[in-house]
Design a protein around this ligand. Structure first.
Ligand code: HEM
Length: 523
């Protein structure tokens, strides 16, 4: 540990929106701005203009333009707009407009329950995810059903139960992979050790491409979607590579499944492909193509939020260095037990939770797209196509649930029996009731709410502890650029733009590598 003070060189870990993709992102942004303007003109002048004989035409026109302008502003300033409306709403439901959507935000226990108990044929998470990700164009033609359960919800058991139960088998390997990967980063300067480098590259690019391209498809006028979406799908290569690489594996597994059904002995596999297959509908088992589509959707859902949350946690480690020592002490004494069980490390758990509370990836949670008209008990209407959702960031930063809500207290969630000897009162600041990062309740919507809360959260939490734990144990961490923004906003999401510098006791040159690639290796 002492030699951390002797650091004389460092390497950079650049996260999420990285150098090698920035050219692509800029190009996409230019295209996007062009499309935005086209859509603004289209919606303002074509779809919203009233007949000329109407009185107050000028007023109505300027109102429409103002409304459209605010809706477009949501793309660049979503979290602030949601916060402002939340502050004014005083616990009532409120509306936010985006260019392509009307969002109805609810934050009371009663209204959230109404969303959770609405039938899947009326309010749909699947339909909201489909609009958000445009999988037909970004995920190799995956056209999932709007209605939840049409093809089973086996993936919930696969992730919530089977994946979680297997954490003790997965975590030790994951720890080795993370350690090795970081050692490679500063010793060889290459990333050539993956089994299939092209697949790994594509699996990472696929996340960024999905985000950017789904955004374009959502914003262009509807009649252009099949045409432009088709071009995008054809131009994107990463989703094709991911699909083509996984398909033969899934085909082989399907063959093994068929052989097993007629009583033949087949190899055993303990991985997500197998669990997804095992939990697919018995009557109508999924084809290899369907299994790969499911994996691609889960891959997107897991990597994006996970890697960004980890990055923000690293950012907080850099700007709150007083937490490093107690976290290291906990890791030294308790990491082994955590690896064996997949649970534990309460200080690190609380630190990550506090980081996610103050810098959540998302400001909107529990998204449900209305398939049929829906009315909340206060009379607020959610029309087909509108979304009902919760203002997760605003709730998590509300004084109603969190004392001194805007202050970072890394250990505020730990049990009061785990008091730190010799720690300042800052470090010992506690919430009235202890809680865990994986909890789901009225004050904590990071994983959604109710019956559809994220089934991958136990895995996500454990993976974060492995990665952050390994870095804390072995490296000093600081921001390469301490001043300047650490994130960029798109709609209601924040994306990290931070660069971390990890100090090690070896000479080497600067190198950039992305955090999500660690996760690729873990897979
Ligand atoms: C920090 C990381 C993550 C965050 C913040 C997150 C957050 C969420 C949220 C907000 C939802 C929607 C729940 C609702 O609307 O009520 C969700 C659903 C889901 N998540 Fe996660 N998630 C994360 C990681 C993961 C991982 C690692 C996996 C897979 C291993 C995963 C798989 C899923 C799936 C399959 C669903 C859909 C559940 C359903 O339809 O019932 N997530 N997640």
């Amino acid at each position: 540990m002492d030699n951390r003070n002797k650091v004389h060189t460092s390497f950079n870990v650049e996260v999420v929106w990285q150098d090698r993709s920035s050219a692509r992102s800029i190009l996409a942004a230019i295209v996007l701005v062009g499309l935005l303007s086209a859509r603004l003109v289209y919606t303002t002048f074509i779809t919203n203009t009233k007949p000329l004989e109407q009185p107050l035409i000028i007023n109505s026109f300027s109102r429409t333009v103002r409304k459209r302008f605010h809706a477009w502003m949501f793309l660049f300033n979503g979290p602030r707009i949601i916060q402002d409306r939340f502050d004014k709403a005083n616990g009532r439901s409120f509306e936010v407009l985006a260019p392509d959507n009307r969002y109805v935000f609810v934050s009371s226990v009663k209204h959230i329950k109404e969303l959770d108990t609405a039938p899947d044929t009326v309010l749909s998470l699947q339909a909201a995810s489909k609009q958000m990700l445009q999988p037909v164009y970004t995920m190799h033609g995956f056209n999932w059903f709007d209605r939840r359960g049409t093809e089973g919800v086996g993936f919930v058991r696969a992730l919530r139960t089977l994946l979680t139960n297997n954490l003790p088998q997965i975590l030790p390997d994951l720890g080795v992979i993370v350690r090795t990967r970081f050692m490679e980063l500063h010793s060889t300067h290459t990333t050539q050790n993956a089994k299939n480098e092209q697949f790994m590259e594509s699996a990472l690019a696929y996340i960024e491409e999905t985000l950017i391209c789904a955004e374009i498809v959502r914003l262009i006028p509807k009649f252009l979607v099949p045409f432009i979406g088709g071009i995008i799908a054809w131009r994107l290569k990463s989703h094709e590579t991911v699909f083509d690489t996984l398909l033969p594996i899934a085909e082989q597994r399907c063959q093994e499944r068929d052989l097993q059904n007629i009583g033949q002995a087949v190899p055993e596999h303990a991985d997500c492909i197998q669990w997804i297959m095992a939990t697919s509908p018995r009557q109508n088992p999924w084809t290899a193509k369907r299994v790969v589509h499911e994996l691609m959707a889960i891959w997107f859902g897991s990597v994006h939020a996970l890697s960004t949350t980890i990055t923000f946690a690293f950012h907080d480690i850099c700007i709150h260095p007083e937490y490093v020592q107690p976290l290291r002490e906990e890791l030294q004494t308790k990491y082994g037990a955590f690896e064996r069980t997949g649970t534990g490390l309460p200080l690190l758990d609380s630190f990550i939770k506090e980081s996610a509370r103050l810098t959540p990836v998302e400001s909107m949670s529990t998204r449900r797209s209305a398939l049929q008209p829906f009315t909340l008990s206060d009379g607020t209407k959610v029309s087909p196509g509108d979304w009902a959702c919760t203002p997760v960031r605003a709730i998590m930063q509300s004084a109603e649930y969190y004392p001194e809500p805007m202050k970072f207290y890394g250990f505020r969630f730990v049990d009061s029996t785990i008091l730190l000897k010799s720690a300042s009162s800052n470090l010992n600041f506690r919430q009235p009731v202890a809680s865990k990062f994986t909890d789901v309740n009225q004050a904590w919507h990071v994983w959604g709410t109710g019956r559809m809360a994220c089934p991958g959260r136990y895995y996500a939490s454990a993976v974060m502890k492995v990665i952050i734990g390994q870095v804390l144990k072995n490296y000093d961490c600081k921001l390469a650029k301490p001043v300047g923004p650490c994130s960029a906003t798109l709609r209601s999401s924040r994306h990290s733009v931070a660069t971390l510098r990890l100090g090690v006791n070896i000479d080497h040159e600067l190198q950039t590598e992305s955090l999500p690639s660690l996760l690729q290796h873990a897979d």
